[in-house]
Design a protein around this ligand. Structure first.
Ligand code: AMP
Length: 113
């Protein structure tokens, strides 16, 4: 297993967990870009959003539950936050295990590019 996020799921490398359910794990990003920067991932290895299919509807609902829980626990639900999933190298994806960045806790620039 050569995937860093699979190793976090397996517990072989540490992470600051924020949320966990049967299918989903959320943990603090190691290089925060904002006071709140949490990654929400499926426990199953899926490379990117492109690899999700209609069969993953239940998993997508579980991921959204994780995102909502993270937003509520960290307080950004009340102030505003951004959810981002980079797909592919040109978009800045550096870990090829699907993840949603939940970013907030400060004023965020409007530019997405
Ligand atoms: P991306 O560039 O969109 O693929 O996002 C990958 C994110 O994973 C980056 O924001 C990294 O800081 C973060 N990251 C990499 N390794 C770890 C780790 N061991 N624990 C927590 N976050 C990590």
């Amino acid at each position: 297993m050569d995937c860093i996020f699979c190793k976090i799921v397996a517990g072989t490398i540490p992470a600051k967990k924020v949320f966990e359910s049967d299918q989903v794990l959320a943990f603090e990003d190691i290089a925060k870009v904002a006071p709140v920067h949490v990654l929400v991932i499926p426990k199953r290895h899926i490379e990117s959003v492109l690899d999700l299919s209609p069969q993953d509807a239940e998993l997508l609902a579980a991921l959204q539950t994780g995102i909502t829980s993270v937003a509520q626990q960290t307080g950004v639900a009340g102030t505003g936050f951004r959810v981002v999933s980079n797909c592919g190298a040109s978009a800045g994806q550096s870990v090829f295990h699907l993840h949603y960045h939940v970013i907030g806790g400060r004023e965020l620039a409007l530019s997405l590019g």
